[in-house]
Design a protein around this ligand. Structure first.
Ligand code: UDP
Ligand code: MG
Length: 140
């Protein structure tokens, strides 16, 4: 497997709970290289664009409200098998179903306020990375 890039967001709930340092520590100790990172707030309409794939879902309104409710930390990560390995480290969307040792098991409150976002495939990773980062912002 060659090196792969993925995209992650430490969500507003996790930032508010003081989990930034712990989560970044887990990325590094699990072998992810940080290519880019920034803390920012996004607007509701930016959250709507980012989560456009979920526009028809019943939780779209509350999700985009939540994602624009406070600071987030966006990161570009690289490792072999990064997309699947990040999803594994994150744990299930619903923390009640997340495995021990996962970020969501440790930090998520419920299925909505679940601490972290991670790309789910190569095409979504490409879209999400380019949504938040320009090419020149990524480490060589
Ligand atoms: N979400 C929600 N209710 C649900 C399912 C998802 O509020 O029933 C939120 C939750 O924050 C989740 C995000 O919508 O992380 C995107 O959902 P997805 O199914 O893509 O889950 P993920 O890929 O984040 O595990
Ligand atoms: Mg998803």
């Amino acid at each position: 497997m060659t090196l792969q890039r993925t995209f992650t967001i430490i969500k507003p709930d996790a930032v508010k709970r003081g989990a930034i340092g712990d989560i970044i520590e887990q990325f590094e100790s699990q072998g992810f290289r940080i290519l880019a990172m920034k803390m920012l707030e996004i607007s509701k309409s930016q959250a709507e664009q980012f989560y456009a794939v979920h526009a028809a879902r019943p939780f779209y309104g509350s999700l985009t409200e939540f994602m624009s409710s406070g600071p987030i930390v966006a990161l570009a990560l690289e490792k072999e098998n990064a997309i699947a390995d990040l999803r594994k480290l994150m744990g299930a969307t619903d923390p009640a179903k997340a495995e021990e040792g996962t970020i969501r098991k440790k930090w998520a409150t419920n299925i909505e306020f679940n601490a972290i976002h991670g790309s789910d495939a190569e095409d979504t990773a490409r879209f999400e990375l380019s949504f938040f980062f320009a090419g020149y912002e990524l480490a060589k």
